[in-house]
Design a protein around this ligand. Structure first.
Ligand code: FES
Length: 70
């Protein structure tokens, strides 16, 4: 699925960037070298993907902590 039509960036590319630690819209724009003149319609979707990624990472970390013997 395309996330950014202007720059032809799909969700797999965004997920890869998130896994590499690129965790803000500004950083993603730099990572993908968006030109400044782009429409910005993808920013909301990017924010949602960042939040989902962070939430999943937090759940994973919490599950590991709960699994550890005290
Ligand atoms: S859809 Fe991403 S900048 Fe236009």
């Amino acid at each position: 699925m395309y996330v950014c039509v202007c720059n032809v960036i799909n969700d797999r590319q965004v997920k890869q960037a998130l896994n590499e630690g690129v965790l803000s819209v500004r950083a993603l724009r730099q990572y993908f070298a968006y030109p400044e003149s782009c429409c910005g319609k993808c920013h909301r979707c990017l924010r949602e993907m960042i939040n989902a990624h962070l939430q999943a990472a937090e759940c994973e970390q919490q599950a590991r902590c709960e699994a550890c013997p005290a």
